[in-house]
Design a protein around this ligand. Structure first.
Ligand code: FAD
Length: 496
């Protein structure tokens, strides 16, 4: 391996991508056209599944220390609480929603990248690229106006919703823009009586109002404006909407950020064209309802990094990254569906529909099984890859996760400098022989299986690659052998 990977964009997704590649000792360059890191709080939610993956990268502690642990999302109507959704019962080491301004997430990711020897080249813009026989030739413009050609092995477009990489590839960003705009304001609020770490949603006949804690006394205010034009609000507009839709008696001061946004629901069909990949907002954008955008993008990066690293280290065949697009595209499709539904439920105006919404939310969210299912979904714990080409084997009678599902473990997977698969099985000569045969692709430690009648092969990102009945090592052997020898099925040309 000699050519670097070029990551374009140092938002949360590009930074995660570069840090993961640097952790795996893969040469990487990361550029961003902006001269400095953004100070905007944008995405506030870091969900448990993202924290679990950050724990594998040994940097979750810094995030948890910097954030605010929110345990509940409350839905109110005036001064009445309609429903309360808690996340403190989920099966994860992180039983809360971490509230952390995106500017802080980016700062922590950049610090993490720097401890691994990486550095963002700021004020440096990708202006074009073309596929070569063994990679991509990329043209970047430096702050002094000088152009440089970077001969990269892979190009990863983490360059946001207006992605040049996506546009150059000629990929359609299919979807719609909702016919309504939202205002956003980060302000100080006095007089709020709800628990300080709870997220509060107020349903009102004129539209929803959301108050999310950022730090003690400081809140993110989001409200739909009912207008498709998307103006940046004045502070007085924010005060008026909070007085109208909120619980009353609130005093707003110290506006830090006033903005407006439109909701776009779009994604590309394929995240890959030859040696070029898309990740994050470059590949999919959705409503912020449910707070999944940044989390989905960062998880794209975790998914792709270990696959590229194994190929670059010569431990897997070149076909391994083929699974990235189908796996992550299916996840984005689900996020689009869920966040779209949530947004439309929030926006109902009709009196009867609002009444039904209120009754349904109250009844349904008071059922524990529904509480668990909704919390798991928001937390990212139901994400899985059952239809992935990497999910093989079957042992339906076993108690434990199926191929493609997340494996719940006491300690994170693949924390070192090489992405490693893991075995969960009863330790015996056959199990040890398997770890020796596939070293260093397979961890030497054999983990406790959820059912002694089975064997689980777990991917570096903690999802089950294969299951088999105890003793049926041929299934595990075939799954690992397929990783080692996988060849790219088709050469996917860069269309530019
Ligand atoms: C108001 C608001 C609230 C949100 N709330 C949430 C939330 O609660 N939870 C959540 O998960 N998500 C939320 N999101 C979404 C979240 O902010 C995005 O999903 C996230 O920023 C996407 O990260 P990214 O790294 O893909 O792209 P970006 O953050 O957009 O980063 C792209 C980077 O690429 C750089 N770039 C672009 N073109 C080039 C080029 N040609 N050369 C070099 N560099 C380039 C840009 O300068 C930029 O720094 C919110 C978004 C908004 C606007």
């Amino acid at each position: 391996m000699s050519k670097p990977v070029l990551v374009v964009g140092a938002g949360p997704v590009g930074l995660t991508m570069a840090a993961e590649l640097a952790r795996y000792r893969i040469p990487v360059r990361i550029i961003d056209k902006a001269p400095a890191r953004s100070d905007k709080s944008k995405a506030l939610a870091v969900w448990p599944r993202t924290l679990e993956l950050l724990a594998s990268a040994s940097c979750a502690d810094a995030f948890v220390a910097a954030g605010l642990k929110a345990g509940a999302i409350d839905i109110h109507s005036g001064n009445t609480t309609v429903a309360r959704l808690t996340v403190d019962h989920i099966d994860s080491p992180f039983r809360y929603l971490l509230i952390l301004p995106q500017s802080e997430t980016e700062r922590l990711l950049e610090t993490h990248l720097e401890t691994l020897g990486g550095k963002v080249m700021r004020g440096t813009e990708l202006t074009g690229f073309a596929e070569t026989a063994d990679g991509v030739s990329c043209t970047v413009r430096h702050p002094d106006g000088q152009d440089e050609t970077i001969d990269a092995g892979w190009l990863i477009g983490c360059d946001g919703a207006h992605s040049l990489v996506r546009r150059t590839l000629g990929m359609t960003f299919a979807g719609d823009t909702l016919p309504t705009g939202f205002m956003i304001a980060d302000v100080h609020i006095a007089g709020l009586t709800i628990p300080p770490a709870d997220l509060a949603i107020f349903w009102h006949e004129d539209g929803p109002l959301m108050l999310f804690p950022i730090s003690p006394g400081h809140y993110r205010v989001i409200a739909d404006t009912g207008s498709a034009t998307n103006p940046h609000p004045a502070f007085e507009d924010v005060q008026a909407i909070v007085a109208q839709r909120g619980p009353g008696g609130l005093t707003l001061s110290d506006p830090v950020w006033l903005s407006g946004f439109a909701v776009n629901e779009r994604k590309v069909e394929n995240y890959r064209a030859g040696p070029v990949f898309l990740a994050g907002d470059a590949a999919h954008v959705h409503s912020p309802a449910g707070g999944q955008g940044m989390n989905t993008g960062m998880q794209d990066a975790f998914n792709l990094a270990w696959k590229l690293a194994l190929v670059e280290k010569g431990l897997a065949g070149s076909g391994l990254p083929d699974s990235y697009s189908p796996e992550r595209s299916a996840v984005a499709r689900q996020v689009l569906t869920d966040s779209g539904r949530l947004t439309r439920v929030m926006l109902v105006r009709n009196r009867l529909t609002r009444l039904l919404r209120r009754l349904a939310a109250h009844r349904i969210l008071s059922i524990p099984a529904v509480q668990h299912a909704v919390a798991d979904r928001l937390a990212g714990l139901t994400i899985g890859y059952p239809d992935s080409p990497l999910s093989t084997g079957s042992a339906r009678t076993l108690h434990g996760p199926r191929p493609g599902q997340r494996f719940i473990a006491d300690s994170p997977f693949s924390t070192g400098n090489t992405p490693r698969f893991a075995l969960a099985a009863t330790e015996n000569t056959d199990a040890r022989a398997m770890t020796e045969r596939y070293s260093p692709l397979l961890e030497t430690e054999i983990r406790k299986p959820p059912d002694e009648k089975g064997i689980w092969l777990i991917r570096p990102d903690g999802y089950v690659a294969a299951t088999a009945h105890a003793g049926d090592w041929s299934v595990i052997d075939a799954a690992l052998s397929a990783i080692v020898t996988s060849a790219t099925a088709t050469r996917i040309p860069v269309s530019a």
